[in-house]
Design a binder for this molecule. Structure first.
Ligand code: DX5
Ligand code: ZN
Length: 224
């Protein structure tokens, strides 16, 4: 096993009728944090989880909660997501091309500051934008739905993201990848410098989530 990567199960792939059990399942399986996808039907074509669900999730776990805001107007909702129990809040550079002010607001709420980019955003747009970033999230699919195929070009984007973080004095910031992650590509994204793997389908839909998490970390493959 290589470096100690974090694993963040994405609740989008959970069975929502049994959400408490699903959270306990991935806690027992070794999750380091939980990833909570918020979609508005505008920035992305789907609508997903909202504030009242986050409040319930917060009651159910002590794991850190990363809230991924796929919204046209994340600035309107920061206070509500912070109050509902987020530990980290991630916004998209496509919506806030000059992200310093909104990242300062997130930090001012006592939350870790995340910046996400879609697969078609030129990586050089990140240059000079990373000073306030605690977490840089590189999408491995176009956001909106779980269970999509990983876009291979994401590997070079992760390598470039790591270089940009290091070059801009943010070597300690966490590099995350989100979308299409599974045991077949986890070693490659880790080799590219990723610190935290977000995975929905590969964990919640696995017959043995603990084995799935071990495989993502670079341990024994569950045979996929
Ligand atoms: C995609 C979401 C992801 C999604 C990942 O729009 O941001 O977090 O849940 O799902 P999988 O791991 O199934 O690709
Ligand atoms: Zn996400």
């Amino acid at each position: 096993m290589g470096k100690n990567v974090k694993i963040a199960p994405s609740l989008l792939a959970a069975d929502f009728l049994r959400l408490g059990d699903e959270i306990r399942k991935v806690e027992a399986a070794g999750a380091d944090l939980l990833h909570f996808d918020v979609m508005d039907g505008h920035f992305v074509p789907n609508i997903s989880l909202g504030i009242c669900i986050l409040e319930s999730v917060r009651q159910a776990t002590r794991l850190p909660l990363d809230v991924h805001l796929m919204l046209d107007n994340p600035e309107k909702h920061l206070d509500a997501f912070a109050a509902a129990g987020a530990d980290g809040i991630t916004i998209h550079l496509e919506i806030h091309p000059e992200p310093d002010a909104i990242l300062d607001r997130i930090g001012g709420l006592g939350k870790t500051r995340g910046l996400a980019v879609n697969p078609d955003l030129p990586m050089e747009r990140l240059a000079g934008k990373l000073a306030r970033v605690d977490r840089l999230l590189i999408m491995g699919v176009f956001p909106g739905f779980g269970g999509q195929a990983f876009i291979q070009a994401t590997l070079e984007r992760l390598t470039r993201a790591r270089q940009l973080l290091d070059a801009e004095g943010r070597a300690a910031a966490e590099l995350q990848v989100d979308g299409g992650i599974g045991p077949k590509n986890s070693a490659a994204v880790i080799a590219a410098g990723t610190d935290c793997l977000v995975a929905g389908t590969a964990i919640f839909r696995a017959p043995d989530p603990a084995a799935a998490i071990l495989a993502l970390r670079g341990g024994d493959s569950p045979g996929k």
